[in-house]
Design a protein around this ligand. Structure first.
Ligand code: SF4
Ligand code: SF4
Length: 397
């Protein structure tokens, strides 16, 4: 059973108790039967220290989930301008203000650069305007980390407009640190390191990539240079709900096993699992004091079936080389994951809207069946077909 906004009844009682005690952690900790310190790490040269489990807010639409995360000891909250059309930032801002804990928390947000403005000055202006709007929604005068969001091409990683905007915003004190998020680590991180302005990288890291030593080495090299590493998509899309017929279901134990696997890389400071229910919060947070695998978790990681079951698109783009219409298959696979596995249609729509003209789902209209194949066992044709059906229904699934 999943706890949601309607049936979660313990939270208000627990929170009332903590308010009476004037403490945010002790009562809840006792109730949960946890003990011992949270594992904390420092985010590279930023000096920011945080628990290894943070909150990726993107799929959450329950303010109580943020309060509960704070109560448990999470201090790093990750959002973005594009999540839920800005409402995600508004929720973060409201909850932090209501809790009165702004000095204690680390807020990260992200800004896209889309549609390639005609010149550097215009690109810089658009980027800076976008960040000012984020700060208004967050009701904050600055954030701790401002990411250049979803930089998935070398051209974007070199784009002067956003790079200048980020440095100006840092000088103005609107962000303490500059970050970059990407789905194409091996391609983008070397270029981003050459730019020499980034303090933090937000990268996809999960067990389905365990054999990609080139990628792991690149991340480690960045960490060795003092760049803070935050991991996303650590649970390879999560356990699909029973009605998500598209995908075989991973067992619940997979989620803690996968999260521990990512965090057992010392170069990772923290992960931002995108939990959207209280149950998933409890599950993810349960690893924060001890990253040793249980017998069951070890058995799960040793079961090679995972790699077929996960069907995790690593965004390598190899399949797209064979697409006659040059469709942006990696972005479509990501959109599919957002709508089917994350149940976040807004994020899927936003991702599809960011696809360059002519390379979106409409390109598939003339194809009777997709013949592309994936070395990571992603069933591309099935996912494209399902995405087309979902898009026709405006992503109501
Ligand atoms: S579907 Fe497979 S081949 Fe295509 S981008 Fe994803 S991981 Fe690479
Ligand atoms: S359905 Fe056709 S156009 Fe679409 S991704 Fe597959 S091969 Fe490319």
């Amino acid at each position: 059973m999943e706890w949601n906004r309607r049936d979660f009844m313990v939270g208000p009682i627990v929170m009332a108790g903590t308010a009476v005690l004037g403490r945010t952690d002790s009562l809840l900790t006792k109730l949960l039967g946890d003990s011992g310190p949270l594992i904390q790490r420092t985010l590279g040269k930023t000096g920011l220290t945080m628990a290894v489990v943070s909150m990726g807010v993107m799929n959450a639409d329950i303010p109580g989930l943020l309060r509960r995360s704070y109560e448990l000891g999470i201090r790093h909250f990750d959002t973005a301008a594009g999540y839920q059309g800005g409402r995600n930032e508004e929720m973060v801002g409201s909850v932090i203000k209501e809790l009165g804990v702004r000095p204690e928390v680390i807020i990260a947000t992200k800004q896209h650069m889309r549609n390639r403005p005609p010149n550097v000055a215009e690109a810089k202006r658009q980027f800076m305007d976008g960040v000012e709007a984020s700060l208004r929604r967050l009701q904050m005068d600055h954030v701790e980390i401002l990411y250049y969001h979803a930089v998935d091409s070398v051209e974007d990683a070199r784009a002067d407009g956003p790079l200048e905007a980020l440095q100006t915003l840092k000088k103005q004190g609107k962000t303490r640190f500059i970050g970059l998020s990407t789905h194409k680590t091996s391609e983008i991180l070397p270029e981003a390191m050459r730019q020499n302005i980034f303090d933090v990288f937000l990268v996809t890291l999960n067990y389905s990539m365990a054999h990609d030593t080139q990628m792991l080495n690149i991340i480690e090299r960045a960490a060795d240079r003092g760049i803070g590493i935050v991991a996303m998509k650590t649970q390879a899309g999560g356990t699909a709900k029973p009605d998500a017929k598209d995908r075989k279901q991973l067992p619940p134990i997979s989620q803690t096993a996968l999260l521990k696997w990512a965090l057992n890389h010392e170069f990772v400071t923290t992960a931002i699992p995108g939990f959207s229910t209280y149950q998933h919060l409890e599950q993810d947070f349960s690893v924060v004091r001890n990253l040793a695998y249980t017998v069951e978790e070890k058995a799960f990681l040793e079961d090679k079936n995972f790699f077929a079951q996960a069907e995790f698109c690593q965004q390598c783009g190899k399949c797209a080389e064979d697409c006659p219409m040059h469709v942006d298959v990696p972005s479509l696979m990501r959109s599919h994951m957002y709508v089917v596995q994350y149940r976040n249609p807004a994020l899927a729509r936003d991702t599809m809207a960011g696809i360059e003209g002519g390379r979106g789902l409409a390109g598939c209209d003339g194809c009777e069946s997709c013949k592309l194949s994936c070395r990571n066992n992603v069933q591309i044709g099935r996912k494209i077909a399902q995405l087309r059906t979902l898009a026709r229904d405006n992503f109501v699934c």
